[in-house]
Design a protein around this ligand. Sequence first.
Ligand SMILES: Cc1ncc(COP(=O)(O)O)c(C=O)c1O
Length: 440
Amino acid sequence: MNSKKLSFVIPCFNASKFINQNIDRLIKFLKKKKYKYELLENGFSSKDIAAGRKVLNSKRITMAENTRKFEDAFAKKIGSRYALMVNSGSSANLLAAFAAGNILRKKRYKIGDEVLIPVLCWSTSVWPFVQFGLKPVFIDVDKNTLNISINDLKKKITKKTKAIVLINVLGNCSDLFEIKKIAKRKNIILIEDNCESLGSKLKNKYLGTFGDFSSFSFYYSHQITSGEGGMITCNSDEDYEILFSLRSHGWFGGTRFYSRKFASYNKYAKKFSNLDPRYIFSNSGFNLRPTDIQAAIAHNQFKRLDELKKMRNINRNLIIKKIKNSKSWNNQFYFFEPVKNLEPSWMGLPILLNEKYKKRKKKFIDFLDNAGIETRPIISGSFVNQPASKLYNLNKNNYKYPNAQKIQDLGFLIGLHTKKISTKNLNLIHSAFFKIDKIN
Ligand SMILES: Cc1ncc(COP(=O)(O)O)c(C=O)c1O
């Protein structure tokens, strides 16, 4: 593909200039070279594939029994009253954003209210709330855990603050008990983006059970995967009924193959007796449903969650030990420790370079890439640096975020796999990492 062809494909699209200027890098990215140590290995077992294939063979692939079974098992294990599967973690956040402000919710925020969000975030941790009409106020993160800074959070709470979005980063978290207390005291709705931390427990309580709504992602690189997929949890009947309708066209009770009877059924049945009770639309809505294939695959993976978590933990310890026990070790790298009382379920291994290597970071990342070690930034760096944030002027008050900036400037991530890391790969990581002292 050359740039002429590309401008033909997307005439007058204002990103075409940018793409054409970066065409070589883009093609390299799309071809995706083979790494020796990838961000993730093939996450599917033959049993996962068989579970998905069974649904496909049944020819009923839309949301049905498998989704319902997975939701029930999920809610039971993590200790939430309700769990509702969706087609991605982003969709779970979208549901949370619109459910928390829904007209049928007694306690709700309104267009123009403020939402506090850690600035080290994923794009769809922010956009659903902006799309609803809230004003985001970014909060810096704690440089030791990557998670929301409680000090900065306390400073930025005002009368206009009606929601807090927490992000539990890569298996780690802040003191969620403290944040929950603050939210309760100030009557603020708490939304917990737990897309990166399924399986982590704080004081024996699963992350993803602290928010009024909590979201999960089953995208390819996450703790469990169905390729695409997500979950949202909540604890009240009111919220569950709202989520249920919003997920599926605003449809009361759901589709033919997956319906629930809600307490308000009689109210609707009486009031709208002129309607077919199976086709009542009681709320606004999206279509964010998963397929039953995704549910079957994710459910099968979910049964192995503890095992996957254990192996990632073992691999993390092996990599850190290999680096820190090396005779070349001179604090070149910083590894983030779990917050106190956390039993972590890691997603990837985030690493910070020593400040003195700041100018070498790009060269070092390129070096790792050429050595066959795949890396990526920690989430998306400080979100206020992203063009989309500038386009919509999200950082209106021009706050600075020194810790998130530092994490963007010095941080990167390598994968943590669910099979024991080979000695060959341990040696590869060791020898490539310590080349940092030779790059200039
Ligand atoms: C913190 C966070 N929130 C939300 C998402 C979105 O999840 P999904 O890719 O399933 O849409 C991600 C994705 O990686 C994420 O890291």
